[in-house]
Design a protein around this ligand. Sequence first.
Ligand code: UN1
Length: 513
Amino acid sequence: MAHRMDSAFAALDLLGEQQGAGFGSPFTCRGEVLNAVSPIDLEVIGRIRTAAVADYETVLRAAAAAFKRWSEVPAPQRGEIVRRIGGVLRDRKKELAEVVAREVGKIRSEAEGEVQEMIDMADFAVGQSRMLYGSTMPSERPRHRLYEQWLPLGPVGVITAFNFPLAVWAWNALLALVCGNTVVWKPSAKAALSAVAAMKLIWPVLAQSGAPEGVLALVIGGRGSVGQRLIDDPRLPLISATGSVEMGRHVSQAVSARLGRTILELGGNNAVIVAPSADLDLALRAVVFGAVGTAGQRCTTTRRAIVHRDIYERFCSRLTGAYRKLRIGNPLAEGTHMGPLIDRAAVEAMQAALEKARGQGGRVLYGGDVLAGGLFAAGTYVTPCLVEADADLPIVQEETFAPILYLTRYDWLEEAIGLQNAVPQGLSSAIFTRDLLEAELFLSHRGSDCGIANVNLGTSGAEIGAAFGGEKQTGGGREAGSDAWKAYMRRQACTINWSRDLPLSQGVDFSIE
Ligand code: UN1
């Protein structure tokens, strides 16, 4: 590890053993050592001492204590501190992106996009800090004022996945901060070094800005010492979790057992419908990026293409042609489209899914191979795969976190929308059409049942401006833009009687004399 005195790693102070917990600066942890292994070449790029149970307690106490002080800071001042966090992310965008690219194997441009998403989120949260608006309602009683206000909620637990190791934390944490909450972050063990890097950049900014210590905390560790404790912890009124449906179900049950709140962003099984009037060039580019971008490991990855029968053959042959031109390799190298999957287990899961697809009657049109030799000896590289499959195959209902695209024909738009909606997940969806009536149907109550519905662009790559999330097994949570901030606050209805009488609502009479 030490032989690669890489400038980004040195600049971010990531050489040598890192501490997996902290709340203003790292502190000496007592858990096991976790190796950060790059999927690019299986090199150990970092070592992290994880948190033991006692370390978890230290972090939680700090986050709870900091909440008392932080919630006293006026929201626009909290926003000012978030503005400075955005500043350091701007300054260190390239270095942070490099760590992300190394640790999870994203291509450089997507890794930089990830840091940009954090910066966008910081800007958004700064504005929001002056707009934590409540409403005023006319009271039915004379000389009464009725209004709603939004108050800080408490320390918030944020569980993130490896595939967006930083952006999804920023969606949650930067909003939670301006809302007056403190944040306890448990990142994926597969992306722990990126989390350490981000915190080591941000903690000094908080200290220099006079924020109370403990406002942003990090705790990396196993299920026993950290994961289960975090979701069971009554000091955390809200847990926001991103990951698989299975993980979300577990989190949801644990948190609801203590009547806590969750924001869940779980699996997707996103489809693109390609209608006969579609601009095929656009559709093709969007489907390729949607299916292959981030090596098929986005929640929003295009997993299904539902293509009108009249253009199906042409679309498939052009798609295969485009897949042939994809450059697979080192994600840090210029011009690479697709890097490795996160680890060999992900490659095995992809192979198992393809095996099932074949067994269930699917037909592989292109790819799906595990690459070997040279850099590919890491065993983490695959060719993205196109599979012709009936929409109702059991494997097509599942989210396999890999670049597999299932292709299906349709005859009528209602049928295509029905196929699109007939999966358990409901995150993102798209249609390519130049027919206004088709587009409007797709966007109507009879159209897509997903949290995201796009026309003439793909399923992935959402901006932060709208609330992000999905329906059904995707978990129903919303994060990032629009009014997602409300989930991080407690709402209070307030009535003030400025009369000298006590009129009861609904005209109830309860006079004592
Ligand atoms: C995720 O995969 O969990 O819309 C988030 C997108 C990104 C976020 C994906 N902005 O594809």
